[in-house]
Design a protein around this ligand. Structure first.
Ligand SMILES: Nc1ncnc2c1ncn2[C@@H]1O[C@H](COP(=O)(O)OP(=O)(O)O)[C@@H](O)[C@H]1O
Ligand SMILES: O=C(CO)[C@@H](O)[C@H](O)COP(=O)(O)O
Length: 499
């Protein structure tokens, strides 16, 4: 039987999905790598860790499925967005990648607004200037590490670097380019006015391709290192949220997903071009051709839970940590959490805000704290959902993807807080499945991504909202929304005390 491989380069790990022609996942491999925070608000990874772990994952696939490897008709990628990978003339990395959740670039974002003004920026980039985006990171390196910047021949996004090392071919796709703040989103070219306003040589930007485009095959070295055939076709792939949308079947207006990975995302397909939803959300190219989506982002969603586990229960697994949480009532016995460990994007674009537990008392247990964290993350995503609903988007059901899907308690909580049915698919790996689907479509298995979605995507369960819990959560949500304005000034004043 024919197979494709979807490689999802997440923030916590690279996850590989081997999928057969009926859409069945025949093998999954996950290879973690470290995340480093050299200073408060900084977030970096070594791009060569991504390459090493991807090759290790592909080798595991080749060893476990020797017959299947000769029938692999494509590999494609999904990647954490916005991260700046700077390359020299020889395509070697010049410094650690500066990631999507790094907020060191507030002065550069301010400079972008001062130069263009919010209205002109919105007109050209269709997005606000946010610390996580790639352009302010380029400006930061130019200002703070000029000796590095002068050596930079190209920049790429994270998954593009991995693909470059596997194939020797250098590209990015429209969905990932959209998150740089340098793309003319609807014109689908690097924006000449944006590049020239900020002194960025367009030659530093990688060539643009469609997400399903075949960009080459494995190099001889990669074939040797992995055990996969050299002629295996490689397809460009897309931004992880665009791929998540493909893998969750978000391919027409009204279809919406909630993703809880390291970040949290509320994403909806956007038929009407250029709608800004008040400027607080992102508007990006889809991995499907000539299509767009809009989304709000919580910077520390799953990251809040993994931070809590690592700090207070490092010996426990996630299922052990979550074991008592279903028995704790909504509201965690009077404990509220706001997930601002790394600053925030939507609806509060604020790099200095930090997280809070409000209402802690001596009766609270670890299970109360854990439940408060799950609720706080979900309230934060509800704020993005409200932005869409308030501007007239009809959202009747939400597909949930990402690591958070592993907890049924969390899925039910999403249904109760979002007040909408939550769909769980057979694979929670939305981005990896989306990458596999791009390979399947690129390889010509299907006439369109929609046809591929019909064949590949399978629903596993639906979680319906419970009226009583939804009502309780409405009261709690109103309290949650008061925490940001009440703590913003305090967090700003505390920022000079941070590491
Ligand atoms: N059993 C579990 N129950 C609930 N959440 C989980 C579980 N296991 C992992 N997670 C959450 O999933 C997150 C990782 O999700 P994932 O989609 O793999 O992230 P990424 O793509 O950013 O690497 C972790 O940070 C954690 O919060
Ligand atoms: O910055 C964004 C979206 O704008 C993040 O969603 C990143 O794309 C990281 O994704 P995960 O590692 O959480 O999947």
């Amino acid at each position: 039987m024919k197979h494709v491989i979807g490689v999802d380069l997440g923030t916590s790990a690279v996850k590989l999905l081997v999928v057969n022609e009926t859409g069945e996942v025949v093998m999954e491999v996950s290879k973690p790598y470290p995340l480093s925070h050299p200073k408060s608000g900084w977030s970096e990874q070594d791009p060569n860790d991504w390459v090493r772990e991807t090759i290790a994952g592909l080798s595991e696939v080749a060893a476990a499925l020797p017959q299947a490897t000769t029938q692999i008709e494509g590999i494609s990628f999904s990647g954490q967005m916005h991260g700046l990978v700077l390359l020299d003339e020889q395509n070697e990395v010049l410094r650690p990648a500066i990631l999507w959740n790094d907020t060191r670039t507030s002065p550069q974002c301010k400079a972008i607004y001062e130069k263009l003004g919010a209205e002109r920026l919105q007109q050209l980039a269709k997005n606000p200037a946010l610390e996580g985006f790639t352009l302010p990171k380029l400006m930061w390196v130019r200002e703070h590490e000029p000796e590095v910047f002068t050596k930079a021949a190209k920049f790429v996004l994270p998954k593009d670097y991995v693909r470059l090392k596997l194939t020797g071919a250098l590209h990015t796709d429209y969905s990932d380019a959209a998150g740089t703040l340098l793309l003319d989103i609807e014109g689908r070219t690097w924006s000449e006015p944006l590049c020239s306003a900020f002194g960025i040589d367009p030659l530093i930007c990688p060539p643009l391709v469609e997400s399903h485009a075949c960009v080459g095959q494995l190099t001889e070295d990669t074939a040797l290192a992995t055990g996969l055939p050299r002629q295996t076709p490689v397809f460009a792939g897309g931004a992880d949220n665009a791929c998540g949308a493909v893998g969750a079947g978000i391919l027409e207006d009204g279809k919406t997903l909630a993703s809880i990975g390291t970040s949290g995302v509320m994403l909806s397909y956007q038929e009407e071009k250029g709608k800004t939803f008040g400027g607080g959300v992102h508007y990006f190219n889809h991995a499907a051709e000539d299509a767009f989506y809009t989304m709000g982002v919580t910077l520390a969603a799953g990251y809040s839970l993994s931070w809590f586990k690592q700090t207070f229960a490092p010996e426990e697994t996630f299922p052990q940590l979550l074991a008592g949480v279903a028995e704790v009532p909504p509201g965690a016995n009077g404990l509220l959490f706001t997930p601002y460990l790394a600053g925030e994007r939507t609806p509060h674009a604020d790099a200095t805000i930090r997280a809070s537990f409000i209402g802690a008392d001596s009766s609270h247990t670890k299970a109360d704290f854990t439940r408060a964290i799950l609720e706080g993350i979900t309230f934060s995503l509800r704020e993005s959902l409200d932005l869409f609903r308030e501007q007239g988007k009809t959202i009747e059901r939400i597909v949930s993807i990402g690591g958070g899907v592993k907890s049924e308690t969390w899925l039910q909580m999403q249904a109760d807080i979002f007040q909408t049915p939550i769909v769980k698919q057979t694979s929670e790996q939305g981005p990896g499945m989306g990458a596999a689907m791009l390979a399947a479509y690129g390889a010509g298995w299907f006439g369109s991504l929609k046809e591929c979605a019909e064949a590949f995507i399978k629903q596993d369960a639906v979680f319906e909202p419970d009226c009583n819990r939804a009502k309780t959560y409405e009261t709690l949500y109103e309290l949650y929304k008061q925490v940001y304005p009440a703590t913003a000034a305090i967090c700003k004043a505390l920022s000079s005390f941070r590491k």
